[in-house]
Design a protein around this ligand. Sequence first.
Ligand code: SAM
Ligand code: SF4
Length: 327
Amino acid sequence: MAEGLIDTFGRVHTDLRISVTDRCNFRCAYCMPEEGMQWLDRGGILSYEEIVRVASILVNEAGVKSIRLTGGEPTVRARLPILVERLAALGVELSMTTNGATLALIAHDLKAAGLQRLNISIDTLHADRFFELTKRNELSRVIEGIHAAVEAGFDPVKLNVVPMRGINDDEVLDFLRFGQENGVTVRFIEFMPLDAQSEWSNERVITAKEILETAATEYEFEPITRGSSPAERFRFTDGSGEFGVIASVTEPFCEACDRMRLTADGQLRNCLFALGHTDLRPLLRDGGTDEDILDAIRGEVKKKWAGHAINQVHFIRPTKSMSQLGG
Ligand code: SAM
Ligand code: SF4
């Protein structure tokens, strides 16, 4: 049997996030600057063959069980269903996080190619606010995309919502209602210090505790036993669905973290907040063997720290933004 990827704290890594591109059709302020973003040049981005090679090594030789495609915006990469089909053939649990704007066009193809789960990011249900947040007038297309995902048979479809104080924190109840009415699971994620404009501050974070307090003003719900997921899950007691909160800032789940990240240009990162990485691209392009690649990956996992320390004085912000790391 394949030897798992274990770090010095005994955490076994079975989950891989693959950023398929750093490019995006949106400009969400909490994720990347509106202008002046330096894109990777196309030749520097891993090809589908290179991505599948790394994924195969991790699945076949190191016990990886789940893969999530992310970005940048994964759907801006051409012929994405081809990559999905090749990764699905590895027999892993395969999911994707997307801004949803093109799902009305490709949700069925992605499902047919073997994608199992979809998370769609949407932070407001108001068109004017949507424009302010993303610099794009695409709210209706994203909502169409959510419907298309449900129709294509993705189950559950999850919505990622990042509430920020003074920006969209008045929409928690609206999102819960939207989730119930549309048969999708809303997950509120605490705002993290990975915005390209460095406007993050602790005061801006709407905490998971605050979200639950707001939810309780209108809904009755009870906790669902938490698995390995970072989300704390709750079911509405009237049977109308569930929702979740991810307390990445106030109650980090680092001690149970089983994730690694592969950036679009082939950097393996052991944490969203890691300050270093291992570059797999030279090995992939200059004749490295599968064993060389696996050794490099094991080395990177071994270096993983205990946790991200956002709330401590010695926290150092990574210089890369969320769009470059893959959320
Ligand atoms: N473009 C895709 C999307 O928007 O879903 C995938 C990439 S995006 C970087 C992945 C996730 O990161 C999204 O759900 C987004 O809301 C989240 N995200 C981006 N910046 C964030 C931040 N500063 N704090 C918390 N979540 C953030
Ligand atoms: Fe693009 Fe997603 Fe970042 Fe928004 S959150 S800018 S959609 S990568």
